[in-house]
Write a protein of this length. Structure first.
Length: 369
């Protein structure tokens, strides 16, 4: 049976070394994970992802707020009684033990009867396709097999809430791609509730049911990957999600529409309530920029291009401080220094308040398309 999880108004402080002060690392942290869902904490290093995970595991205590597992507050419940398991970045396998002995280590410490241990091992090994590798030591296993042994140790405990702290970061790119698929398929097949920490947006966007974007100890946005990508709630999320990231252009609202700051480019738009003189940020995804197409056209000069096979990443000079980045199909060879017309459609424009960075909803909801 899958577990549910909720954090309600959690605050966390750490003491400052050598001083009689503390620094706050989590601020009013609240979210809910439904049973059987794959939830990802996504954010840059130092944003509080791993701290939040350690709070859920019981390795840290919050100064305020509640941690709720299956409807019960567990703030004072020790880690061993929270009915969860954790998979670490380093796998934490004992090199002198076989795969089977590593998987069963926790059950042996808890003195679970041998017959029951063997039954659980047989079941988990079959689920993870490890049956033929149980006698091997960790150094005799591939990186992916070691990852599955670490996951097997978590599953054999009977936990239905699995915490994962950047478990794929030690693998090469090809194996990471394979393990993303395997982990997601396994999670769905077993109905596990997974809380997964990563700074890799590809992992988040391909694996998660729900992504929690974090920044400096706060939650910026909680959404499914599609909504997160198509409807970022603020400029920080828009710039963080996507590769290449969204172009953000500072604009002045004029009577006719928008004027891109530092350039002679004017964009004719219906104001829909924007005030003349207001500063806004215009966002557009690189793949939404079109060569010689679109109702809005910008005269640009190609700075450089990066060939990616069927596509290329083009950097255009529009007269602003930052270049305009476009991801275009290789229908023609682009020449550096040549001028081009880059177009965009009104429905592909994102607008954000120039001060707060909050999303301004004046166009149709992109997430519905």
């Amino acid at each position: 049976m899958s577990s549910s999880l909720a954090l309600r108004g959690v605050n966390k402080f750490f003491p400052t070394p050598g001083k009689n002060t503390s620094v706050q690392v989590l601020f009013d942290f609240s979210f809910e994970a439904l049973p059987g869902k794959f939830v990802v904490f996504l954010g840059p290093s130092g944003c509080g992802k791993s701290t939040a995970l350690r709070l859920i595991a019981g390795l840290e205590r919050p100064q305020a707020g509640e941690i709720v597992i299956d409807g019960s507050v567990v703030n004072d419940v020790p880690p061993s009684r929270r009915k969860l398991a954790m998979v670490f970045q380093s796998y934490a396998l004992f090199p002198h033990l076989s795969a089977a002995e590593n998987i069963l280590f926790g059950l042996k410490v808890r003195r679970v009867p041998k017959k029951e241990r063997d039954q659980r091992l047989e079941t988990v090994a079959a689920q993870l396709e490890l049956t033929d590798f149980l006698k091997r030591k960790p150094l005799q296993l591939s990186g992916g097999q070691q990852q599955r042994v670490a996951l097997g140790r978590a599953l054999v405990s009977g936990a239905s809430l699995i915490l994962m702290d950047e478990p794929l970061s030690n693998l090469d790119a090809k194996l990471r791609q394979q393990m993303r698929t395997e982990l997601r398929d396994l999670q769905r097949r077993l109905g596990l509730t997974v809380i997964y920490v990563t700074h890799d947006q590809v992992e988040a966007m391909t694996m998660a049911d729900q992504v929690i974007v974090m920044r400096e100890g706060r939650i910026d946005q909680i959404d499914d990957p599609w909504t997160l990508y198509r409807t970022p709630c603020r400029t920080e999320v828009a710039k963080f999600i996507g590769s290449p990231p969204m172009n953000i252009l500072t604009c002045l609202v004029t009577e006719e529409g928008l004027q891109i700051k530092g350039t002679r480019h004017d964009i004719a738009l219906d104001h829909h309530g924007l005030e003349t003189g207001q500063m806004v940020s215009l966002g557009v995804r690189p793949e939404d920029l079109l060569l010689d197409q679109g109702e809005i056209s910008l005269d640009v000069r190609l700075l450089s291009g990066e060939l990616l096979g069927a596509d290329q990443i083009a950097r255009f000079d529009i007269g602003a401080n930052d270049p305009l980045i476009a991801r275009v199909h290789n229908t023609e060879r682009l020449v550096e220094g040549r001028r081009y017309h880059v177009g965009l459609r009104t429905e592909d424009i994102h607008l954000f308040d120039g001060g707060s960075g909050e999303r301004i909803e004046i166009f149709r909801d992109k997430a519905a398309n």
